[in-house]
Design a binder for this molecule. Structure first.
Ligand SMILES: Nc1nc2c(c(=O)[nH]1)N[C@H]1C(S)=C(S)[C@@H](COP(=O)(O)O)O[C@H]1N2
Ligand SMILES: [Mo]
Length: 402
């Protein structure tokens, strides 16, 4: 299948835009996709919100949540500690001039535009879901498995759970004139073009199959009851529940709707499994996240000997809810059931706790192992891949008992 890519200029050359709400009120300004995102934040940092060291580990334009920052929090990850993954930097976008444009061979007619107000006026839905980076846990390929991988060396903090509110993508597609021949969408962000190894790959964009788009995807404009913050995609982002984080395109400016399969570097050279055991072009484009578990403890936490500690953590899976969680404090020789704390939203995590009374001082490794409804527990080893995606093996969390 040929790659179908249309550059901004091709789109802006198209004459007539159909506006969604303003039918009959004249032709929408064909400002196209450029000029809407102001470059940079003026502060010199790629991320707009504060990223204090108690809450985050910074890697350039990415900020990982420290898991101890979830201790004592409720079910959701507060915005002030939700991880950020920017390919370049957070753009500041003016919602009053922002438009979402849908266009392409999968629509009945010419491009259709929606303003921010148009979206707010459509029926809304809320959904609690995690967004997790595909590379979350990547550093453990090296530290636990001795393997070389490339990419940001996340521990387990490249995940957050929020309550998202917005319009179903299905609703917007229907109003834009989706045909039954449409197969793929290509949502694209308004952040800067991404340059990798001297090659300009264009704006961040990744094909999304129509079936998933119609199932449970949101065009979200609210996060935990607030307007989406700049770092998380203001004014509007996709939320693609249970899938790899790259699917949830932030600062979405346009969505190509095609009756042919689409591709972009984000489903060809990235976000597939590469390496021994995979085809030369990589495995299939990644979709669902794997099962993982994390303790709400600092890395290298210190705990008092001879006392009872309530260890808390959370487990999640892109396949289903979590069926059970077990904890080991002796390197995996013996396992004990953790206790679930409250209900689990379908596309989010299960909080749990485990009481531990270490008798003797020394270094320990705490292990948490979740089983989702497919019945397979987290493995001891994650399948090696050169880009370090989908690390689903049990993580060995070091603690010192004093
Ligand atoms: N436009 C755009 N969308 C994007 C990205 C980006 O850099 N640009 N990063 C993606 C990746 S790789 C992830 S993991 C999630 C991170 O979402 P967050 O920063 O809100 O946590 O956004 C995705 N959407
Ligand atoms: Mo990601």
């Amino acid at each position: 299948m040929p790659t179908i890519e249309v550059m901004d200029s091709d789109l802006t050359r198209r004459a007539a835009f159909r506006t969604f709400a303003a039918a009959g009120l004249g032709v929408a300004g064909a400002a196209g996709l450029s000029g809407r995102a102001q470059a940079g934040t003026g502060t010199g940092t790629p991320i707009v919100k504060p990223t204090p060291p108690e809450l985050f580990t910074l890697y350039g334009s990415n900020a990982e949540m420290k898991w101890e920052a979830m201790a004592g929090q409720g079910y959701l990850t507060p915005i002030d500690r939700f991880f950020v993954r920017d390919h370049t930097r957070t753009p500041l976008i003016d919602a009053s001039t922002w438009r979402l444009t849908l266009w392409g061979s999968g629509l009945r007619g010419s491009p259709v535009e929606f303003s921010y107000q148009d979206l707010l006026a459509l029926p809304s839905e809320t959904r609690t879901a995690f967004i997790e980076c595909t590379g979350n846990g990547r550093s453990f390929y090296t530290s636990q498995q001795g393997q070389t991988v490339t990419g940001t060396p996340w521990k387990l903090g490249g995940i957050g759970v929020a309550c998202w509110r917005g319009v179903r993508l299905a609703t917007v597609l229907e109003r834009a004139g989706l045909t039954r021949h449409a197969v793929d969408l290509l949502p694209r962000g308004l952040d800067d073009e991404y340059i990798a190894g001297g090659v300009n790959l264009g704006r961040v964009r990744r094909p999304l199959p129509v079936a998933k788009a119609l199932d449970d995807v949101l065009l979200a404009y609210e996060m935990n009851g607030q307007p989406l913050p700049p770092d998380h995609g203001f004014p509007v982002r996709l939320v693609v529940p249970s899938w790899v984080g790259i699917a949830s395109i932030k600062w979405v400016g346009d969505i190509q709707v095609s009756d042919q399969p689409l591709s972009s570097p984000w489903n060809t050279q990235y976000y597939r499994m590469f390496g021994p055991g995979y085809p030369p072009g990589g495995g299939a484009p990644l979709t669902s996240q794997v099962t993982k578990s994390a303790f709400e403890l600092p890395w290298d936490a210190t705990l008092a000997a001879g006392r009872s500690h309530v260890l808390r953590g959370r487990s999640w899976s892109g396949n289903s809810r979590i069926r059970q969680v077990e904890v080991s404090a002796d390197g995996g020789s013996s396992w004990h059931r953790a206790h679930r704390q409250g209900p689990q939203a379908p596309d989010a995590w299960l909080p749990w706790e485990f009481r531990w009374r270490p008798a003797t001082r020394g270094s320990y490794e705490l292990l948490a192992r979740a089983t989702d409804e497919t019945g397979t527990p987290q493995p001891d080893q994650a399948p090696y891949n050169t880009l370090g995606y989908l690390f689903g093996a049990v993580v060995r969390h070091p603690v010192t008992v004093t």
